[in-house]
Design a protein around this ligand. Structure first.
Ligand code: AMP
Length: 392
């Protein structure tokens, strides 16, 4: 992929993106997005997808994987008939909305209609949109089945099926819904599967639905975004909320995503921060869709500096400019650490990841260190009363 063109020439002609096989409207959108060169997953996956191959992409969020499948799909759709030719399945409403908005961004110069359908909001507007005819449907499995049952959408002309964050879809128990949906789409299609991890269940899914797929893997299996600096704060459980408030007051933290293990935990942290005069919002499955949307908008616009979320709620959030991720609770699965950290240090921006580790969480932190392949430095806060500090 070595090129002798200067950067100016390269940008003018679409440069590296054109070399991957992308043209016209897609290159215009890439230029508008300000992308200078493809990310590794884009470099590998785009030419294969353009050639019509089934691809299994092993890549976490933050690697540019959405553009890796969206750009070649748009290239394929441009100039074709207005039929529903693409279905993208995602695990959560947030990711669904996120993928839809990426699609719109990359299809800005192409006359394509895209609909996102997800639960927690009324069916009618989605029904209207689907019945009006769309090229692309981005959907969560449960809500899509509601629409299929009402025959609001048919997939007789489907050409491309994307299973995004397949591991998370299976974790969330969507296997029966996926089976049902896929059994109703044409067998002669291109299938793309993206997953941050490749447990046996995902491999089985790929064997079932993909035809001689090419596996595209970016970096090490669970490599956390490498622009991130990691730190562990050993702290007794009952001092965590005080430590959080202390850090938020003393450090220059512009945009902070805090993870708790439970929904109650998230609410408790928000209440504590508000008592300390730090505005914060919670994001978890018990919040209604309008509440989630508002929390996200307030966070994105900078009105609230701190968003407290559970793991399920965080997948698919594309919020640029997060300066700090704080693991208030150590994630129960090491892979979730990688996903959480994927929220900061996205693409080329820098970020810090702090993990609050109480004594009962030491073993889990060690497991995480093995998975990410690095030891995380332990640090302390001068002047903060840690009570009895956890020994490690
Ligand atoms: P994703 O992994 O799809 O969630 O994308 C992560 C972020 O990277 C998104 O905010 C994209 O806008 C951004 N991105 C995708 N491709 C590129 C690229 N080639 N250059 C710079 N940023 C990109």
């Amino acid at each position: 992929m070595a090129s002798s063109t200067t950067e100016a020439e390269s940008t003018e002609s679409g440069g590296d993106f054109a070399a991957l096989g992308l043209t016209g409207a897609v290159l215009d959108a890439v230029r508008d997005a300000g992308y200078v060169e493809p990310t590794p997953i884009q470099r590998e996956a785009i030419p294969l997808i353009l050639r019509g191959r089934d691809v299994m992409g092993l890549a976490q969020t933050g690697t540019g994987k959405t553009a890796a499948f969206t750009l070649p799909i748009i290239e394929r759709l441009v100039g074709g008939p207005r039929r529903t030719r693409v279905l993208i399945l995602t695990p959560t409403r947030e990711l669904c909305v996120q993928v839809e908005s990426s699609f719109r961004k990359y299809a800005l110069h192409a006359p394509l209609a895209v609909a996102s359908v997800y639960g927690g909001v009324p069916l009618d507007p989605q029904e209207k949109q689907l019945r009006g005819g769309v090229d692309v449907v981005v959907a969560t499995p449960g809500r899509l089945i509601d629409h299929l049952e009402r025959q609001n959408v048919v997939f007789d002309d489907l050409e491309v099926l994307v299973l995004d964050e397949a591991d998370r879809m299976l974790d969330m128990g969507f296997a029966p819904q996926i089976n049902r949906i896929v059994s109703g789409v044409p067998p002669y299609r291109q299938t793309l599967l993206f997953s941050a991890t490749m447990p046996p269940e995902v491999e089985a899914l790929a064997r079932k639905y993909l035809r001689t797929p090419i596996v595209v893997q970016v970096g090490r299996r669970s490599a956390a975004a490498n622009t991130v600096k990691h730190y562990v704060y050993p702290v007794p459980r009952d001092r965590k909320s005080a430590l959080l408030a202390d850090l938020l007051k003393r450090e220059a933290m512009e945009s902070v995503l805090v993870f708790t293990r439970t929904k109650h935990g998230a609410d408790r942290v928000v209440r504590h921060l508000e008592r300390e005069g730090i505005p914060a919002a919670a994001m978890h499955a018990d919040k209604s869709q309008p509440q989630r949307t508002r929390a996200l908008e307030d966070f994105k616009s900078g009105r609230t500096r701190v968003l407290v979320a559970t793991d399920i709620a965080q997948r698919g959030l594309d919020i640029s400019g997060i300066t700090h991720v704080i693991n208030y609770d150590v994630p129960q699965q090491a892979e979730d650490y990688v996903h959480r950290i994927g929220r900061t240090g996205r693409a080329a921006s820098e970020g810090d990841a702090f993990t609050f580790m109480s004594p009962d969480e030491i073993a889990m932190v060690r497991t995480i260190e093995r998975i990410i392949g690095q030891e995380i430095p332990r640090i302390s806060v001068p002047g903060f009363d840690f009570g009895t500090v956890a020994a490690d």
